[in-house]
Design a protein around this ligand. Structure first.
Ligand code: NAP
Ligand code: F7E
Length: 349
């Protein structure tokens, strides 16, 4: 019999890829979405799965709506991906971020516990937990030292996931995922900000790219591969926590350099760094060790750093070209003409 999954955050990058992946495995897929004034279904449409999933209106801050979503969908597996996922914004809205990313996960765990159903639970944990890293590369045993309200909220959900597993025998797991990107990445995250800007600069639609800290280093993987890891974590013979990463680390500057190389331009002619795009507190270096997930679940990343940069730049270039030809397609860039007029907190004063 086919399985049923409930995905919170189905309209986000990972939610959309996971929905497509699970549909491919024969799952019946439900997802919760927030009622907002302008619907945000573009990723599901872009991947051609909008008509194949069932959407339930609900909000992570409203436990009754989550209860209804679980009751209606009767899932075998819940993937809790919904979050205020932008680290920078968590400094501006720490309470909301804690309510959604931290308390929201507890609501879902409580619902599963009280319903006493055999529901497997996946929690979208993050490399941001490591913050000021205590060792490199980071493993499942590395001490967490979070550096943002986002990371602290995720620490709350990380530990509650572990506690519900140990205290109540729930099949509850954390995927500690390092940064993963794609052409449907949110446009304010640095990789997509770069790929979108490079495409626009190449086509003469933009003159410069203003970024913050170019020295920050991340372990960047390709999102469609990472959602398979989420699924594998829930298919394991026991509930456990796994680091999911490429094992490599690269700087924002390297990403920029390769992105401009892809369109035969020199980044030095276009890129500026401005303090206003820096965070009150930064995570300088992340590099995950994927040994455990490779050994125990047979998951390993395939797409290398330079290939990822190319995939993203090519996709944005193609979309801007299609737009110039008057073609219509699901896309976010036109709704976000730029961020210069968005107030930025900047580094600590
Ligand atoms: P994303 O693109 O920002 O998607 C977040 C999703 O959460 C969206 O569907 C969003 O809905 C939904 N959401 C936000 N607030 C909500 C609320 N109050 N109630 C219900 N839904 C809400 O994030 P992502 O990159 O796909 O990441 C997925 C998850 O993995 C997140 O939990 C993130 O923190 C975590 N994570 C991501 C990475 C990464 O590199 N991508 C790495 C580690 C962990 P709207 O569309 O309505 O905004
Ligand atoms: O920043 C630096 C910035 O916003 C990456 C989320 O998915 O991954 C993501 O969090 C780095 C940081 O992602 C700009 O300061 C420089 O050092 O793309 P980001 P993130 O903060 O790593 C983790 C794993 C998650 O869990 C999160 O949900 O790039 N940076 N200049 C910039 N960042 C942005 N956004 N914009 C800049 O102009």
């Amino acid at each position: 019999m086919s399985k049923t999954a409930l995905i919170t955050g189905i309209t986000g990058q990972d939610g959309a890829y996971l929905a497509k992946f699970l549909l491919g495995k024969g799952y019946k897929v439900y997802g919760i979405y927030r009622r907002i004034s302008t619907p945000n279904f573009w990723r599901l449409q872009y991947l051609g799965v909008f008509d194949k999933v069932t959407l339930i209106p609900a909000d992570m801050a409203d436990m009754s709506s989550l209860l209804e979503a679980v009751t209606i969908s009767e899932p075998d597996e819940v993937y809790n991906l919904a979050a205020q996922s932008y680290v920078g914004a968590s400094f501006d809205q720490p309470l909301m971020t804690t309510a959604i990313d931290g308390v929201g996960a507890i609501s879902m765990l409580e619902i599963i516990r009280h319903l006493k159903r055999d529901i497997k639970f996946y929690q979208a944990s993050t490399s941001e937990l490591y913050g000021t890293v205590r060792e490199t590369p980071q493993t499942e045993n590395t001490v967490f030292w979070p550096n943002s309200p986002y990371a602290v909220a995720k620490l709350l959900s990380y530990h509650n996931t572990r506690i519900y597993r140990e205290a109540y025998d729930l099949f509850a797991c954390n995927g500690i995922l390092f940064n993963h990107e794609s052409p449907i990445r949110g446009i304010e995250f640095v990789t997509r900000k770069i790929s979108n800007s490079v495409a626009r600069i190449k086509l003469g639609l933009q003159k410069e790219l203003v970024l913050g800290n170019l020295e920050a280093r991340r372990d960047w993987g390709y999102a469609p591969e990472f959602v398979e890891a989420m699924w594998k974590i829930l298919q394991h013979n026991k509930p456990d926590d796994f680091v999911c990463s490429t094992g490599e680390t690269h700087s924002v500057k390297e990403f920029v350099e390769h992105a401009f190389d892809n369109v035969n331009l020199n980044y030095k002619d276009f890129v500026k760094s401005d303090k206003s795009f820096m965070r009150p507190k930064e995570v300088e270096l992340l590099q995950g060790d994927p040994t455990k997930i490779k050994k125990e679940l047979g998951w390993e990343p395939k797409t290398k750093f330079k290939e990822l940069v190319k995939i993203m730049v090519d996709a944005d270039l193609d979309r801007w070209k299609q737009h110039q030809e008057g073609k219509m397609f699901p896309w976010d860039a036109l709704n976000y003409p730029g961020e210069m007029n968005i107030l930025k907190r900047g580094p600590k004063k």
